[in-house]
Design a protein around this ligand. Structure first.
Ligand SMILES: Nc1nc2c(c(=O)[nH]1)N[C@H]1C(S)=C(S)[C@@H](COP(=O)(O)O)O[C@H]1N2
Ligand SMILES: [Mo]
Length: 371
């Protein structure tokens, strides 16, 4: 048994994020991707694994990993982000929230490869009129391990998204040109570009076309933006059913360097270097502008967007850097804001919500000493 198999349990799943400086050191996240698990990590035998396709389809399918390999393979570069990314900022800058204390590193930008979900569903034959695809769902399930709040893990997306070629939902067999690692879903996981990571179900067992959303706890009672007056788990109980499940993630940016509390030497040009990443809202990528301010938003400096011609695209993140003029002194702070291709601009603060999901206030770094 490997370490990953013995170390992690339902009670203590593997949840970790890399140091931000490492995260932004390469355009594709080939090392140090974050891990988010609601239970232990199963170690599966690819030669025995089957993905069942059922529900409102003309032909039920039982697909082996080899079957998935024989379909046309599609490559998509996209950022996969936990909806709880940046929760730490919401809980420290606004009010305490419930959930894993993620800083700014619960995201990774990877190249994913495998058959399009659409092709698999076409193969099975959708047994529902196209006019109803927007209100029909495709549910993904993993029954391999129990998770903290349920006996299995699952999530769903609208059938309409699943069937759109340009939504590029893939059943990924590879990540950055290598076979998936067990912690990232080996032998097959869903990847839904632009959508909260919770729907990108790992160790995929079943795909079901159905009239309702997934009944799984994580679709129904988590990963939703509760209204701000809901401030306890008890109050949330009556509200979950009235709030839509999270789907697309909002425009965002984060400052990776300098880190809060650090000491930075002023350059001979009177500036320091600032860098980070930025994410578009849902399908509205790529990010077209990132600005940084050292004076609480009076002046904004436009950052240089670092492109990777081979791998950029509307779902990918954007790495950025700039030099900004500062004075020597303690207790200074910097903010960043991103604009995406559809003109969505990051706001200074996000409305508080109990689970601290979708925080996209200005990227920030505080307590800087400039010497
Ligand atoms: N089967 C299964 N799939 C899952 C999860 C899980 O706990 N079990 N976690 C989800 C969540 S909340 C996120 S953010 C991503 C994290 O993917 P990663 O661990 O590869 O980074 O996987 C999603 N898919
Ligand atoms: Mo997540």
């Amino acid at each position: 048994m490997s370490d990953l198999q013995t170390e992690y349990s339902v009670d203590e799943p593997l949840n970790r994020e890399p140091p931000l400086k490492d995260l932004v050191s390469s355009f594709l996240t080939t090392k140090n991707g974050y891990d988010r698990n609601h239970g232990p990590i199963p170690h599966l035998d690819a030669s025995k694994h089957i993905v069942q396709v059922d529900g409102a389809v003309k032909r039920q399918l039982s697909l082996s990993v080899d079957d998935l390999k024989t379909l046309t393979q599609h490559e998509v570069v996209c950022a996969l982000q936990c909806a709880g990314n940046r929760r730490h900022t919401m809980r420290t800058q606004i009010k305490e929230v419930q959930g894993v204390d993620w800083y700014d590193g619960a995201v990774m930008n990877c190249k994913w490869e495998g058959p399009l979900l659409k092709d698999v569903l076409v193969h099975a034959g959708i047994d529902i009129e196209e006019s109803r695809w927007k209100e029909t769902h495709v549910a993904f399930a993993c029954f391999q391990v129990k998770v903290q709040e349920d006996d299995w893990y699952g999530g769903s997306i609208p059938l309409d998204r699943a069937m759109r070629a340009d939504a590029e939902v893939v059943l990924a067999l590879k990540m950055n040109a290598e076979v998936l690692k067990p912690n990232h879903g080996f032998p097959v996981r869903v990847v839904v570009p632009g959508v909260a990571g919770a729907r990108s179900v790992k160790w995929l067992d079943r795909i079901t076309v159905q009239a309702t959303e997934s009944k799984n706890f994580y679709q129904q009672h988590d990963y939703k933006i509760l209204p701000p007056h809901i401030d306890s788990a008890q109050a949330a109980e009556n509200m979950w059913a009235n709030v839509p499940a999270l789907e697309e993630m909002p425009v965002n940016s984060v400052i990776a360097v300098p880190q809060p509390g650090s000491i930075t030497e002023l350059g001979s040009d009177g500036c320091i270097e600032v860098s980070g990443y930025a994410l578009p809202s849902g399908e509205s990528g790529p990010v077209v502008k990132v600005e940084v301010t050292a004076d609480e938003g009076i002046h904004w400096v436009e950052a240089e967007l670092l492109s990777d011609d081979e791998h950029k695209g509307k779902w990918a993140w954007t790495l950025w850097k700039t030099r900004i003029s500062m004075e020597k002194g303690k207790s200074q702070r910097l903010f960043s804001r991103a604009t995406d291709n559809a003109g969505n601009v990051q706001e200074s603060m996000t409305m508080w919500n109990l689970r601290g999901v979708c925080y996209n206030g200005y990227g920030e770094t505080r307590d800087l000493a400039i010497v």
